[in-house]
Design a protein around this ligand. Sequence first.
Ligand code: SDX
Length: 355
Amino acid sequence: MSKNICFIDGLEGILKYREIDVNELVDLPYDAISYLLIQGELPGEQELAEYSARLRGERKIDGRVVDVIRMCNFDIDAMEALRTIVSFMSQFDPDLNDNSPEGNMRKAVRLIARIPTIVATYYRMANGKEPITPDPALSHGANFLYMIRGSKPDALEAEILEKDFILSAEHELNASTFSSRITASTLSDLYSAIVSGLCTLKGPLHGGARTEVMTMLEEVACPENAEEFVLGKIERREKIMGFGHRVYKTYDPRGKIFKQLAKELAETKGDMHWYETAEAIENVAIRELVEKKGKPIYPNVDFYSGVIYKYMEIPPQLATSIFAIGRVSGWIAHCFDQYERKKIIRPRAFMLDEC
Ligand code: SDX
């Protein structure tokens, strides 16, 4: 029996991928975590080299896909383009309806490798620039930054984005993973299951919160405005984006790491503004919601990731698609597990009250 893909202790704030604590994984290359989630074990040196080579060799997208991206409406969120393009791209995959483990793994490699290229190509075209050809010499994080900027990225930014992909990669049966899993449970193809995940992740109560966090940071604008902003949200009973979680009733362990990374980036850039604005929001929210009202509403995975993107000058329209770049490996791991079970997931309506 393969190790559980994911373990979460919501009371202690513990997250494990295949029984390894995420704090022990976050310094590894994303490719190693992708391999761990899908294959069940961390790769050895040779296995990692081969897997990375496969991924890097599959980063380019078909010219017809580039042409369709060029026809997109550039005023939409990158997630709306991504769900369309992944679906369009599937028809050119020779393994589309080969649901054998080998055929599915070839599709998995193409999806993991090409989703960053689609996002970057859309972003470049939306800003009136030509797409950048992926660089097989660069890591997953470095290559994405290179493809959106057209210049080799700063080492710290590339390292931080690699960690973002790892922290975003997997989280048990969250809404988008469950959505992908349900699609796979009908024995539909892997592309359809990933499109299901993309459509679900986009929602502001889920991965779409990253975009909302960035918009919120820009609205608050400085630490001095945080008190009035948060008190107003609470008074109007509006949700503070990037806070709260169905499972974690303590600080999200990913949120802790993202906060450290955001502080490191702010200090390196010599600009504490966005970090201090976010920290001021956090301090008021925890004082009012946790300490005064006893509600376990802490920063989740999306809050400080929005701060990191501000410093990297990544716009809100790209934030959730970056989440998807990391999460696709988790979706695939769950789909493969579901294909092995050969059982359709078919809940009953009365269970909805428990969800
Ligand atoms: C992700 O499931 C996963 O694992 C998801 C994820 C993953 O890795 O896949 O971790 C990624 O989706 C993180 C969550 C991103 N979403 C947001 O940041 C949006 C803001 N958060 C909330 O919408 C909410 O906290 C949820 C959706 C995350 C969880 O919602 P629940 O568990 O259904 O809780 P609820 O909405 O029923 O709220 C319970 C109480 C309510 O107060 P009362 O009516 O009891 O008085 O807590 C309050 C809520 O008003 N509350 C908040 C709040 N979240 C909950 N109050 C203010 N701000 C918030 N963010």
